[in-house]
Design a protein around this ligand. Structure first.
Ligand code: FDA
Length: 402
């Protein structure tokens, strides 16, 4: 056979993984350790970009309290098997094996002490030890199912593989290389897609709402944010576009266009009883001075103005008036204009319908050898390390069988 004919022969591997992100790299290391010949392809110029930018540069890589209740999916049972077989403790053991320093920030969220790059380096070291090959700047042109396995046309030539793993993530942050490729592959093989939408995303406000809070960007306070069935006690942050902070990102996953969101601005307290007590102790105190024990001066001024409340000595308010003021100040209900969309969303809700996927192996039920892992599936975690834990767990589940 001539050299040029040889060059055109497809490269043959056992496992081809598309997407060198969190799930793809975990799957590659797991499968490679079993002796499978693994090739990972990614169209981006470097691997693990979302890991690198995650957790403000320190990667919130898992959560101590991970459980299936921390995930949204049309089938809430789907994530149970993989999460039970590769737990947060397994990932923590891996992090410790690589001597990566980490700490718990809050609510069980584990972050690197140094940089997110520690996690990418760890995954790359695991892939090297497992002899998994990784190539970047390589897109996929087409996928053809064979009797057994697949013929995949890539930017770097044809590849034949027994198992094909789609680990291309969701739609959030397109500038980081996010695409809808995984959904297209799913459709090609007859799988359904649960409608997608940006989640863990800041709210935008209408112009008149923004004008009211002109002085507030940068101000934060603890709240309980509630919408539909969701309720999260966390920090809220005022921004130039609207509202952000962990409480807002969390509740955005429950929000749909036109719904109102309610904020308890004094979580864990009954503001009415608290102000009454203050009046009893010090009837000459002005309302704004008392409220400054709870909020910054700027916030007090804003909340009073927004509700059209004059600050007077507490003794000047009647019992009912004071109760009414307390209610108005404690609970704030608003209908956001929208969200910042995929441009800043941390994750994508919806995705490949899990009805068509085995929860044990992540294999497509109707196309043997085809697997979907990570965020491309209709499994979305809360804020706090849960999304990475899903990527590790689903990547590991597939890596054990591909
Ligand atoms: P991931 O997105 O990691 O990887 C997909 C890979 O596929 C990418 O490398 C991409 O380039 C590649 N790809 C896409 N289309 C392709 C195509 N057509 N051809 C070839 N390659 C293709 N979660 C968490 O638990 N803790 C945290 O701290 C954070 N922080 C955070 C911050 C920000 C700013 C964002 C945007 C997201 C987070 N997340 C997070 C969410 C977390 O990053 C996300 O859920 C996981 O990275 C998902 O892992 P996957 O491997 O599924 O996709």
């Amino acid at each position: 056979m001539s050299k040029s004919a040889l060059r055109q022969l497809p490269e043959s591997v056992d496992v081809l993984i598309v997407g060198a992100g969190a799930a793809g790299l975990m799957c590659a290391a797991t499968a490679g350790k079993r002796g499978r010949r693994v090739l990972v392809l990614d169209h981006a110029n470097r691997v693990g970009k979302k890991i690198l930018m995650s957790g403000g540069g320190r990667c919130n890589f898992t959560n101590l309290y991970t459980s299936p209740e921390n995930y949204y999916s049309q089938n809430p049972h789907f994530c149970k098997s993989a999460l039970a077989r590769y737990t947060q403790w397994d990932f923590i053991a891996l992090v410790e094996k690589h001597s990566i320093p980490y700490h718990e920030k809050t609510l069980g969220q584990l972050f690197c002490d140094n940089k997110s790059k520690d996690i990418v380096d760890m995954l790359l070291a695991e892939c090297r030890a497992a002899k998994a090959q990784i190539r970047t700047r390589c897109g996929i042109q087409s996928i053809e199912p064979l009797g057994t396995g697949f013929l995949v046309n890539t930017g770097l030539g044809k590849v034949v593989c027994e198992s094909l793993v789609i680990a291309t993530g969701g739609l959030s942050i397109p500038t980081m290389g996010a695409t809808g490729f995984g959904y297209d592959v799913a459709r090609q093989f007859g799988l359904k897609i649960v409608p997608t939408r940006p989640a863990l995303v800041p709210f935008t406000l209408h112009r008149h709402q923004l004008e009211q809070q002109q002085a507030l960007p940068g101000s934060a306070l603890p709240v309980i944010a509630s919408c539909g069935e969701g309720s999260f006690p966390e920090q809220m942050l005022f921004t130039h576009r609207g509202l952000s902070g962990p409480a807002v990102l969390q509740i955005s996953s429950y929000w749909r266009e036109g719904m109102s969101v309610e904020f308890d601005l004094v979580p864990g307290r009954n503001l009415g009883e608290w102000i009454s007590e203050k009046r009893r102790q010090n009837p000459d105190s002005y309302l704004h001075r008392v409220l400054a024990e709870l909020w910054s001066k700027k916030l007090v001024q804003h909340f009073l103005q927004r509700q059209g409340i004059d600050s007077r000595p507490l003794k000047q308010y009647g019992e009912t008036a004071l109760a009414d003021i307390a209610l108005k100040l404690q609970y704030w209900k608003l209908v956001p204009a929208g969200t910042e969309g995929y441009r800043t969303a941390e994750v994508t809700l919806g995705g490949v319908d899990t009805d068509g996927i085995s929860s044990r192996t992540m294999e497509c039920k109707t196309q043997s050898g085809l697997y979907f892992i990570g965020e491309v599936l209709d499994v979305t975690g809360w804020l706090g390390g849960y999304n990475f834990q899903w990527a590790w767990a689903s990547g590991h589940a597939a890596g054990e069988v591909v």
